[in-house]
Design a protein around this ligand. Sequence first.
Ligand code: KIV
Ligand code: ZN
Length: 522
Amino acid sequence: MSNIITDDKKIIIFDTTLRDGEQSPGASMNTGEKIQIAQQLERLRVDVIEAGFAAASHGDFDAISQIAQTIQNSRICSLARALDNDIKQAGLAVQQAKMNRIHTFIATSPIHMQYKLKMSPDEVIKKAINAVTYAKTFVDDVEFSLEDAGRSEIPFMKEIIDAVISAGAKTINLPDTVGYRLPNEIYTMVKELHTFIDGRAIISLHNHNDLGLAVANTLAGIDAGARQVECTINGLGERAGNAAMEEIVMILKTRKDMFGGFDTNINTKEIMRASKLVATITGIEPQPNKAIVGKNAFSHESGIHQDGVLKHSETYEIIRPEDIGIEKNNSIVLGKHSGRAAFKDKLASMGIDNLSDEELNKTFESFKNICDKKKEITDDDIRMIITNEKLVTNVTYELLSLQISSCSAGVPSSAVCIKFEGKEYTDAAIGDGTIDAIFKTIDRITGYHGKLNDYKVKAVSEGQDALAKVTCSVTFSDENPPMIGHGLSIDTMLASASAYISALNSYLSMKNLLSKDTKHNL
Ligand code: KIV
Ligand code: ZN
């Protein structure tokens, strides 16, 4: 079998954070953000990156093709419905990848065929064969998904699986699309289809978490013979999400004894960074008690537990925090007087050696600005500065200054100065609160009117002078999805203004991508 992994003891990790994960409400990402996540997935050593759904929009197509040109060590895949145009877009988008794949799908459950597709089972089989055959004209590696396999009938699944394997599909994915099944049911389904397929294709699982069983179902499927698992960072995904990659990987590692030695290629030390990056970009933080990557996953509150861990960590810890990349000493070694060379050395010691000269200069400049106001700069601060620099791209509007006034009796007001195409524009406005006043002032200057859907502020490190990271979701037009904006500063109001402007800049660059003739309202 010429597939990506020949080692029998490896489970193929297929990450769909950039496709199914992006289908989480409010998680849409721009191309630059997707590339950053893809690069982190490559550092994690993910085998297959599902980079998007090429036919969904120009933005999706563009992001997939840029990822295909950037990533060297992971296979790049695009999703496509079983339609010629979808498959063509997917084929073109992944064309330049070193290793590529098309993932095509059609629903196979009675309820989906009857009500959604309005097709007979025979028609569905025909469509599936055509899709795989056409996809093979673009790439060698084709995956076929039986959407809603969890509620499909086994005899029909066998029929369609036979047909698509004959047409050239190398991976057969069995999604529990609505997260309905229990682990024993997934085990029985996979076991029967594993015997039926008999090594002609790799079996993959794609479980949704509607009943909180996505990871458990995935493990049951591995037990029954599945060798690829589809998952997302932080369990992001449609509705209640997909199976969380970090949980599957750490279960296989920690309980190797129960899985016949099966393991993954994942570099687990990159897990925490991947989790934080995805949370920063999407603004969706994992719950504090989330397994593996939650804020509290390694905190010991009770005195008895603390005492035990100090005496011997394994009394209460089954995973070493450093194994998922939690640095014990979030060291503070840099400050105001550190030079560029020391800064570069520090980055190298943190494993960050892939910044371009321009990125390094911008990051160093931000670092120096922050040093003026913050005494101690931690590793977390540095990582956030870098992430933020990369997120805030396509700068059409640039925030130059902000003044606010607000007191308990008075009306909150703000004055903002913004640079646009080399000129400076200043205006002022009042609002219901200080943030409202700032956003209204930006609207007055730019002529765009944003509707704020979500606003979050988070302290990057500890202490009163911690950096504030603001993420907001803003809708600028009813025809386009909400834009996520990012801002980072010691000052929460400045970070808020930056985040709002960054959402606007993303909106303009997306519009630019769609029309190639952006109109500014100034
Ligand atoms: O959940 C699902 O069925 C999917 C398929 C497109 C694989 O996401
Ligand atoms: Zn899905």
